[in-house]
Design a protein around this ligand. Structure first.
Ligand code: NAD
Length: 474
């Protein structure tokens, strides 16, 4: 762990497994409640001095940190692949994308501005000052263990906060590598702290600690609800980026090649483990057969295999538990009448005897009320259902407790405008596949979240406002 600028061993450890081989690649500390308290206290002790530094100095340190990430790009990408299982090319993409948040938020060093309002009384001014919230707790998932760490750290630090970050217990190595570079970049002790271990103990202790004023979380809906309940005890702010069930709507006037390509990319990137993935495809009945034929052909061409090898499109699922969850969802859908157009089971064979492999899968004959259409699959499985009209597609898309992302492929401007107005989601992709930009605003509607990350709106969560009434002698 990295606490107050020092490395600390754990009294107990847990192994980190390579999901492609099931081999242990490291042992990582399980933080005790004292470790958690120490990390939070170190963040508190460092915060005021950090916030009082000219913002441009904080920006320079983030820029320096980004340079070191560039230098160690290869090592970081390999670390991501070894602990999470995404193909190396995707891991390089994650390093570069993640690193761009350091540079983007560093530019806010001269751009966090307050307001001066006209006063109602004579010889007065009213100021609204943005100020750091103080200590931030960040709890992150396993699917982008590097990028999501930077996504939280960079805005927290530029705003003058200090941070305690807990990576997922299965993918802690990227965050620890980031801490090593923080040290080298000259980030002062206590400004960034990393504690490791399970969510149920270490995460829980972090959230219940009364010092942090903001809990920024990315992960599942169930954990998000629990964090919100625990944070309420301290009236701490929460920003929750939770799960999704993105509908992918294909109208009969669209560019079919683009739609098929987009559907595959959006479902199978990172083995389907992206919160904005195409979780349920709705295709207009006029083109359903042709779309399906092309989709299945493309899915069958996906190369599943060693994520370190070039030419691999998708690697394993991240863990046995995740693999079993996907297996169970598909088996249940099959029992309810879903048909397997391709895939539909664990991948077996000599090369796959170890590791958590699942066949790229397309399911048809699904109904809206099946669990496979309602629950987040988070794996390489896409259920496809047809519809007969635009209104029906909108209703199906909105029939979900989630509201993170949605996709629409059409060339009809009226349909585009109606979707923009009516779809219940925080992120809408029209005629293009995933993913988001660092300066957009990544936020879930409905049970997909509260608050949000990225851009200037994401930065807002790391600031609180102080209103100052100043009387001067006229
Ligand atoms: P998860 O909720 O199981 O775990 C996320 C983190 O929370 C981990 O670090 C875990 O240790 C911790 N945690 C678990 N229980 C806790 C508790 N009681 N108190 C505090 N912390 C606790 O989620 P996951 O399986 O790691 O990630 C997959 C989920 O994340 C999916 O639902 C996915 O959609 C979502 N996700 C959302 C976004 C987004 O931006 N909206 C991005 C990536 C992933």
């Amino acid at each position: 762990m990295y606490i107050g600028g020092k490395w600390k061993e754990g009294q107990t450890t847990i192994p980190v497994l390579n999901p492609a081989t099931e081999e242990s690649i490291a042992s990582v500390a399980v933080a005790t409640s004292e470790d958690v308290d120490d990390a939070v206290q170190a963040a508190k002790d460092a915060q005021q001095q950090w916030a009082r530094r000219p913002a441009v100095e904080r920006g320079d340190l983030l820029r320096r940190w980004a340079e070191l990430v560039d230098r160690d790009r290869e090592k970081l990408a390999r670390t991501i692949t070894l602990e999470e299982g995404k193909p190396l090319a995707e891991a390089y993409g994650e390093v570069d994308f993640g690193n761009s948040w350091f540079r983007y938020y560093a530019e806010f060093d001269r751009r966090i501005e307050g307001e001066i309002l006209p006063a109602d009384r004579p010889d007065e001014q009213i100021w609204i000052l943005p100020q750091p919230v103080g200590v931030v707790t960040a709890i992150i998932p396993w699917n982008y263990p590097f990028a999501v760490a930077v996504r939280k750290i960079a805005p927290a630090l530029i705003a003058g906060n200090t941070i305690v970050l807990k990576p997922h217990e299965e993918t802690p190595m990227s965050a620890l590598e980031l801490a090593r570079l923080a040290d080298e970049a000259g980030i002062p002790p206590g400004v960034v702290n990393i504690v490791t271990g399970p969510g149920e103990t270490v995460g829980e202790a972090l959230v219940k600690n009364p010092i942090p004023r903001l809990i920024t979380f990315t992960g599942s809906v169930a954990t998000g609800k629990r964090i919100a309940r625990n944070a309420a005890e301290n009236v701490a702010l929460v920003s929750l980026e939770l799960g999704g069930k993105a509908p992918f709507i294909v109208m009969d006037d669209c560019d079919l090649d683009a739609a098929v390509e987009g559907a595959v990319t959006s479902r199978f990137t990172n083995c389907g483990q992206v919160c904005i993935c195409n979780e349920r495809t709705y295709v207009h009945e006029n083109i359903a057969d042709e779309f399906l034929d092309r989709l299945v052909a493309k899915v069958q061409a996906i190369q599943v295999g060693d994520p370190l090898a070039s030419g691999t499109d998708i690697g394993p699922k991240v863990s046995l538990a995740e693999l079993e969850k996907v297996t169970q969802y598909v088996d249940e859908a099959k029992a309810q009448g879903a048909k397997v157009a391709t895939g539909g089971a664990r991948r077996r064979g000599d090369d796959y005897a170890k590791g958590y492999w699942y066949e790229p899968t397309v399911l048809t004959n699904v109904r809206q009320d099946m669990a496979i259409m309602q629950k987040e699959i988070f794996g390489p499985v896409v259920p496809v259902m047809s519809f007969s009209g635009f209104d029906e597609a909108m209703a199906l898309a909105n029939d979900s407790p989630f509201g993170l992302a949605a996709y629409l492929y059409t060339n009809d401007m009226h349909q585009v405008m109606r979707a923009v107005r009516d779809l219940e989601c925080g992120e809408l992709y029209i005629n293009r596949s995933l993913g988001e930009s660092i300066h957009g605003f990544h936020s879930g509607w409905k049970q997909s979240g509260i608050g949000g990350d990225d851009g200037k709106h994401g930065l807002d969560h790391y600031l609180q406002k102080k209103t100052v009434y100043i009387k001067y002698d006229g």
